[in-house]
Design a protein around this ligand. Sequence first.
Ligand code: NOJ
Length: 482
Amino acid sequence: MASADTTVSGKFCEGFAWGVATSAYQIEGKWDADGKGKSIWDDFTHTPNHVEDSSNGDVACDSYSKVEEDVKMLKELKVSHYRFSLSWPRIMPTGKADNINKAGVDYYNRLIDALLKNGIQPMVTLYHWDLPSAIEESGGWLSEEIPELFADYADYCFGEFGDRVKLWITINEPQIVAYLGYCVGLHAPGTQDPLTKPYLVSRHLILSHAKSYRVYDSKYRAAQKGKVSLSINSDWAHPAGDGKDPKDAHAAELYMQFTNGWFSDPIFLSGDYPPLMKEAIAKKSKELGSETSRLPVFSEEEKKMIKGSYDFYGLNYYTTRLICDPASNEKATRMHPDLDAGSATDPTWERAGSPWLYIVPWGLRRLLKYVSDRYGKPTIMITENGCSTKHPVGAKEEETLQIEDAQRQNYVKSHIQEVLKAYRDDKVDVQGYFLWSLMDNFEWSAGYTERFGLYHVDFQTGTRTPRKSAECYREIVQKNGF
Ligand code: NOJ
């Protein structure tokens, strides 16, 4: 069995999906062109003090006007797949299916056709955080009506694009939507209400996903023969001291259930939230004087709809945390008042350009094994994994062009090495890997100060330049491994 520091050679399965990923708000620009409706990210970034460099996605990489350029870069990388997202308000300016913006639909049709013409398979995300503002006005993710509206939107997209799109992601990183959007308020809509709203939002996210999956099942699957899932973000929660103290091991498992399991258990396991999470929230609710838990319950009918609503497991991995019993380390960060686990990092871990990103390749292998074991050995597609470099506020583009991006090259190689070990030695059924990201883009509340691209983007001139990591990734893709 290969350890974390051994380099292995070997190939992935035949037909392994090699891709890169992006999302609409982060690359498209043209935020109000051709009949597009506004999204919560347009509103959020147009309000002062939400983004580190006061920037926004108004122009971004201008991908809305650059279909050929985007496809040319994908061809250069020799990837077999491209994961991108549809902007819901570009297709439905009011968020509702009775009002379709043809120009928006045309753009996605042109992109999909150009990809296929060049032998690249699209993987399409329906929701990568840019909720139509019109839907937000009537409650957004807090409203009971959203699962129905989301399923209508999904229905339209399956019908319009599904003759050519065979891989669908309904929702990207639902835990981030609930946590950063409604607990800490770092993401749109910027709400800070840790004890209740994230749980209500998560209920509606899960129901929206499941309902859309069932729409695909009943109306499209037979003819289109595609696959539908969602992208679950997950750190690997490694027990401090390798779990020698059972309290740390317990805290790490609790952390996994609270973050990864929050969305994975209902969909991939039981139709319901993870047991440790349910227990913890009920207990804390009681301590605060409430006999009922703040975590809403699913009805039996809802559970049936949710359980098994997947065709593969979509996983986004970036980093690892050391998790301990909170009483044992006062310095460890508490992520949420309901979660009795402390989170820390190892000072020897290398850091990337985002403050939260510690480079821990072996964490990916552990996480793959954990997901595979807990969820009954599903086919896993890694729908994101990537490394950032810092672009300080006010720096000139040429100062951080960093064509020689040694750290990103190492990140890419070492993480794919660990995926190979998981596949070959641990028998995890991994069938795809999508690198984040094709090119530098708008990194949410960090604006353009963190760059994840295989291609550098000069946001003054719009020029795209391949970094060395693009070549390094292409080599791995062409060899289908090492
Ligand atoms: C995950 C998100 O899906 C993506 O939008 C973001 O840019 C990357 N992580 C990097 O933070």
